[in-house]
Design a protein around this ligand. Structure first.
Ligand code: ATP
Ligand code: MG
Length: 258
């Protein structure tokens, strides 16, 4: 069976910067792929290409075996996307915003109402549904973004740092939701700079450094080989090649300098 998503030799150039450099990976049904890398390594640039917001400079993105550019509209209908910083309309209420998305996604009114109620309740923001989004906290907005990205029951979910801003219990709920969606046969792409999050949720990972894939594979096998502490150290070294203790000392010294 073809993977749901296959990325071949994907590159993006911004002027002189090769932000994503010939990256390859695939995601099958039931798999959660963790896309790891330090700040500026090319994660969101990859995400924007995967969601059709940015044209690749090179390479190919296949959805269910077919190039997405053959029918970008159908592809966008089939996926769910939670961006790094969701641009929600602050003047709408949470409920109105979800209703707008449901209309754009052709979700029938009655289906929408039941889904929105259930999802808002599960994410504990149902009582705030009639307040404007401009009054929401970061975590509340993130929950609205997650609901709006999943209401149409997509086969492929693309999440750019979905845990950012969520409190502990919402984070645990989201982790379990991701696990259960994967168990139900969805494919999930999950970009994050945080190995401790990826390690818990993802079956596979890709590690980026300056746009290049420098490591990847099965998460459990890699953990079994290296152990968590060594894996974390290896990630820092491979991806950033920085001495974190020295960097922290430099920052504190700069703060304390008079
Ligand atoms: N529109 C753009 N024009 C020019 N350069 C860009 C643009 N968008 C991103 N870049 C550059 O591309 C590189 C990769 O950025 P990207 O946002 O993909 O990183 P990231 O891995 O998502 O980082 P973070 O963890 O901070 O979200 C960075 O050097 C960034 O400055
Ligand atoms: Mg990013």
């Amino acid at each position: 069976m073809a993977p749901i998503l296959e990325v071949r030799n994907l590159s993006k150039r911004y002027a002189s910067l090769l932000a994503v450099d010939a990256v390859n990976f695939s995601i099958s049904r039931g798999d959660v792929l963790g896309y790891l890398g330090p700040n500026g390594s090319g994660k969101s640039t990859t995400v924007k290409m995967l969601t059709g917001l940015l044209e690749p400079t090179n390479g190919e993105i296949l959805f269910q075996g077919r190039p997405v550019r053959d029918d970008l509209i159908a592809y966008k209908r089939a996926i769910g996307y939670v961006p790094e910083e969701a641009q929600l309309y602050g003047f709408l209420t949470g409920w109105e915003y979800l209703e707008l998305i449901a209309t754009l996604r052709n979700i029938p009114e009655r289906v929408f109402e039941a889904k929105a109620k259930a999802m808002l309740e599960a994410f504990t923001i149902y009582t705030y549904r009639d307040a404007t989004i401009s009054s929401y906290s970061k975590g509340m907005r993130q929950r609205i973004a997650l609901i709006s990205a999943t209401m149409h029951n997509p086969d492929l979910l693309i999440l750019d740092e979905p845990f950012a801003g969520l409190d502990v219990s919402s984070g645990i709920v989201l982790r379990r939701v991701i696990e259960q969606l994967a168990a139900a046969g969805k494919a999930i792409f999950f970009a994050s700079p945080a190995i401790e999050v990826v390690e818990r949720v993802c079956g596979h990972f890709v590690l980026l450094r300056k746009g290049k894939r420098i490591a990847g594979g099965n998460m459990a096998e890699t953990l079994a080989q290296l152990g968590y502490t060594r894996l974390e150290e290896a990630f820092v070294q491979m991806a950033e090649q920085t001495d974190t203790a020295q960097t922290a000392r430099d920052i504190v010294a700069a703060i304390e300098a008079s």
